[in-house]
Design a protein around this ligand. Structure first.
Ligand code: SF4
Ligand code: SF4
Length: 371
């Protein structure tokens, strides 16, 4: 049975060893890193570098701790993520969020290059066919996946599977554009935007948030280029009146995440990837949004495992025991049952984990070991 190590965010003693960074160090010591990483081996520490306004990412201190233990076993780590905006701008975002060579102690590298089109096409499965894995992640022999747990517009839940799937896939492809990159997952539901002029308040938030700047308003009429739109759903998420919707096949999209994760992980030999889930500052939306709302769920702690399915199942099981945080979007829903992320997004997020297990990425049976 897969082992999942856990340390709670609650502090019982006012000592460094009871702090979150101290507990992360203790957790990392439970795993014999020599079983996974070799001397002089390059190891990608995959995280999300955030956005200019979404500050609730994994804090640099935790990345530094991960880097330090990797250095102790003689490995050569670096921090990496795929680009979401222009590469140089994304590095500036990372720097502004405190993630840089100085804070992490190692370089910060863009996994799919400055232009987001360095990748290798890898077979994925029946939904996606093949997909563009970021070249750095394709080539690197080992990886530690550091995932900030949160909600998500389309996936409902963002954890290790989504971090590997969306985050390990390139932004676009040199020849077939964004449709071979992570846009392949976004478009899998094949929906097109529907605008309801009766409901539209002309607030223009949809136009402002579109990363492709494809939304236009002329004479108070909405238009966009469907060929350009990668169906990221941001515009519908920020629409305050329900005027903008994007009907799609949520189940197919969520299952495609597991498929893309499989494609990314197929580029590693067995026992070369570790997963660390940070159940902290659990906000309702993805770290790529332009801002981060207050957390909807109290900090739970940190989980580590070498089984992506087990750690995701353990994370979700933990979240299902939580209560909505006061003064948050979750409290506003006046929930009767406590699947907070489902109540917020109405997305079948658990399918990510079930599908990942079906595809052979791991087991939903796990032993939780609290440190
Ligand atoms: S779905 Fe995304 S890419 Fe398409 S119009 Fe909306 S914000 Fe832009
Ligand atoms: S966000 Fe919604 S309400 Fe605002 S302009 Fe766009 S469609 Fe209209």
């Amino acid at each position: 049975m897969a082992k999942v190590f856990f340390s709670s965010a609650r502090i019982k003693k006012w000592k460094y060893t009871d702090s979150m960074p101290g507990k992360l160090e203790l957790l990392l010591k439970q795993i014999n890193l020599n079983n996974y990483f070799e001397k002089d081996e390059w190891v990608a520490v995959k995280t999300h570098l955030g956005s200019e306004g979404a500050h609730r990412i994994i804090r640099p201190i935790f990345l530094r701790k991960v880097v330090n233990v990797l250095k102790e076993v003689g490995a050569k780590p670096f921090i990496t993520d795929t680009v979401r905006i222009k590469g140089l701008d994304y590095l500036e975002v990372a720097n502004n969020n405190g993630i840089n060579h100085l804070s992490a102690g190692v370089p910060v590298v863009l996994a799919d290059g400055l232009y987001g089109n360095d990748n290798i096409m890898v077979p994925s499965g029946e939904i996606l066919g093949e997909i563009a894995v970021a070249s750095v992640i394709y080539d690197v022999p080992a990886m530690v996946v550091c995932s900030h747990i949160k909600g998500h517009i389309q996936a409902g839940y963002g954890g290790a599977i989504k971090n590997v799937a969306m985050g390990g896939i390139s932004s676009s492809h040199r020849h077939c554009g964004w449709k071979c990159g992570r846009g392949a997952m976004h478009t899998i539901g094949e929906g097109t935007l529907i605008w309801d002029g009766e409901k539209c308040e002309l607030c223009l938030q949809c136009q402002e948030i579109c990363p492709l700047e494809t939304i236009k308003f002329e004479n108070e009429l909405f238009s966009y280029n469907s060929d350009d739109c990668w169906r990221c759903g941001r515009c519908t998420r920020v629409c305050p009146s329900g005027a903008l919707t994007i009907p799609g096949d949520d189940e197919r999209f969520v299952r495609s995440l597991a498929e893309a994760a499989k494609a990314v992980l197929s580029t590693f030999k067995p026992n070369k990837v570790l997963y660390i889930n940070f159940l902290t500052e659990i906000q309702p939306e993805c770290d790529c949004m332009p801002c981060a709302d207050v957390p909807v769920i109290q900090d739970q702690g940190i989980l580590i495992s070498d089984d992506i399915v087990a750690i995701e199942q353990a994370t979700v099981d933990m979240l299902l025991k939580t209560r909505p945080l006061p003064q948050s979007a979750a409290e506003e829903l006046q929930l009767e049952a406590y699947d907070i992320l489902f109540s917020l997004t109405k997305k079948p997020y658990k399918l990510q984990i079930e599908e990942a297990e079906r595809l052979g990425l791991g087991s939903r049976q796990y032993e939780l070991i609290e440190i």
